[in-house]
Structures are given as structure tokens and as C-alpha cells.
Design a protein around this ligand. Sequence first.
Ligand SMILES: Cc1ncc(COP(=O)(O)O)c(C=O)c1O
Length: 440
Amino acid sequence: MQRDTHLDQAARTNELLMARRRAALPSGLGQAHEIFVERAENAEVWDVEGRRYIDFAGGIAVLNTGHRHPALVAAIQAQLDRFTHTCFQVLAYEPYVELAERLNAMAPGAFAKKSFFMTTGAEAVENAIKVARAYTKRQAVIAFGGAFHGRTMMGMALTGKVAPYKVGFGPFPAEIYHAKYPCALHGVSVDDAMASIEAIFKYDVEAARVAAIILEPVQGEGGFYIAPPEFAKRLRALCDQHGIVLIADEVQTGAGRTGTWLACEQWWTEVGAAPDVITMAKSMAGGMPLSAIIGRAEIMDAPGPGGLGGTYAGNPLACASALAVLDTFEKEGLLARSRAVGQRLHAGLQAIAAKHPTLIGDVRSSGAMVAIELFKNGDTHQPNPELTAAVVKAAAQRGLILLSCGSYANVIRVLVPLTAPDALLDEGLAIIAACFDALA
Ligand SMILES: Cc1ncc(COP(=O)(O)O)c(C=O)c1O
């Protein structure tokens, strides 16, 4: 029987499509908003019912260059006309190599770098651990509480949040340990975080068996907590002392979100610390599935031939799009724009927080990676996930797509395209302000 429901305009409401989604897809696939998209342009999205939304979520940090940037569309179309797949390990192509050369040149640290590509952020993390283990010939890895590193087995093992990411999915790979991530707002100083690593060395595994320490320079899903550069400096010293590979997971922070191409460039300029290995994904290819592992050449060369790669990894369409992202950042000055967007959003959210000091306990930003944290009665010991969910829902009803995050589900994060005009940022801020006024 021919199915024509998708052609029937009357059947294309959000409600009816959600019903089909529920019947056909497993419930483990979350859904932040019960909205089905029809089309999108830069920082705006229209749903199947013709309603327009401002997009402050950016596909979870994937759209720093906006929806359908003309330069990316042109690059992908041009590549479509040449070839779409060969498998890089079978027949190579220049865009892959050019992208590696450009990313190597942009990564901080006064040493030679090499890069290779995968498809998802979780795969980049998996491969960063693979190269670190192959290089050090050690097994253990230290990650941090509140971290998110993906949904593969190693990604889940490294992730420092049980529900919903790890519940029911174990056992996980062995030899993964979690230290404390510094967060002054919740009473964890840099000293506390360093002491928690020393405690792992004392109680769980000797430093001489630790292959890698992996951290997000700014925790993404964990709540947009920003590691002080001093923490990076002390981690660098600790890793140097014990021969441990330092990995910066820049899947969410990378590609200009924090005002520099990589957040760890700020470690380099501020305290002279560079990671040995960096993971990227999300906005690096502007919506095409691509991830990168960039690292110290001798570490990256440790796995033997055939140990790295994947059928689709470094797909030519995605590489072409990633090169267009790099060109667009240069042509449009998007790093400076990231800082300007961050300042504008930070100031606007601070004004809302000043009006609602008992609800919003913190406004923080690293470039355009901006968040507010919500509490009850102005008490940072009482997270307010209910109000957070209510603001996200109310904003969508008023035409603004927001995302929450955080270990306590009480953080609203902004990942708007850096290409969004000021007027759109202000329109979004006005909706957030109206939501707080209505829900206070
Ligand atoms: C820091 C970090 N690492 C890894 C991942 C996993 O990326 P992916 O969902 O592409 O596998 C994410 C996704 O949000 C992330 O934020």
C-alpha cells in the first residue's frame, strides 16, 4: 500500500507528527521541543505549521555559522558535483588533508601536530583515548564529575552524570575514574579539584598507570561551568610530571563558540598551557557530521596502520563544509563577533537577573557560550529545575528555542548562531525577560 501521509498537508501538524514519532521511535530518544521543522535560515526556524522561532539552541552548538550559510551550501553543492564518498582509507582526497593542515596550524602549543577525522563527537573522544593509550601503553583515564563525553560505551564511561546517560547501559569500560571539576559557585575550588585527582592516585590507581586526563574547558551539558586557566596550568604540570596525556574535549566549546577558535587557546595565551590532544565536532562543519582529533604528532602516530579510521569518517561533503566554515570565520570576522554576541547576551541576561535576583543566581559566559543558573529563594544550594523547564517551555510558546542543561537541570544555555544580527539577539532576550516576568 502506498503511504501518502507525508504528502497530506493536514496531517503535517506538530501534534500529529509527534504522535507518529512516538509510535515509530523509541522513547529513549529525547525531545526538547515538540516541534517539527519545515525550513531554517541563519538564526530562524519555521515549523510545519508556519510558526517562526528564533533559534538560541543552534542544534546544540552545531550552527555557529547559522542555518544554511550560503558559503557552506555552495561548498557542499560543489563537492556533491564531484564525488560524495570514496572512504578516505581507500581513495584519498585533498579537502581532508587541507582541513587537517589548517586545523593543525590553528591548535595551540609549540609542537608539531597531526589530525584525523571521524563523524561524531563521541567517536572523536573514543579515538582520543585510543591514541593516548597507544602512546603511553597505559590503561587508566581520569575524567570529571558533570562531564559529558558522548553516548558510546567509552563516552558513557567518561561522562560524569548517571541519569539519564548511563542508567541501564553498563558495564562500562574499566579503569575510568572521576575527579571534581572546579566550580566556585558550588563550592569546588581549583585546590579541591586538584586534591581530588591526588586522591584518585592514592586510593584508586597509581599515576604511572594513567594514560590520559580528559576535560571540557567549559563543561557543556554539565552546566556551562568554566574551568579557570589556573586549573589548566596545574593539570598541565601534573600531566608533565607523570607522563599523562592531557585531552581537551572541545566538541561543544570549539569552532569559535568561546571567542577563540578553540577554548584552550585561552589557556595557551593566559598561562602557557596547551593540551596534547583536542577533540572537535559540532560547529566545525556547520551541520555536516564531522569530528576531529588534533594532537601532538608523536602521540597521534602511536597507533599502527589500520588502527584508526572509519568507513564514513572524514566524509568529503563534511570536509568541504568544514573548509567553508574556516573561510567564513575569516571573511566575516566571526571570532570577534563571538565575543560581541557574548557581551550583548551577557549584559541582557544580567539585566534580567538584576530584576529577578531570587530566581537567577548566576550569569556566566565564555565568548558566546552564555548561561544563567536558576535557584529557589536566591539560595545557590536550592537549584530550580522546575522553573528552568517552565521558562524553556514558555519561551518556545513565545517563539524562542532555548535549551537547558546542568547537573541539576537548572541552567539555561544560549548557543545562538554567531551570525545572528543584534536585532534578533535583542528579540530573544526580550522573550526571556517576558517569560521571567510572567513566571516570577
Ligand atoms: C563535550 C562533548 N563531548 C562529546 C559530545 C558527544 O558528541 P556527539 O553527540 O556528536 O557524539 C558532546 C555532545 O554534546 C559534547 O558536548
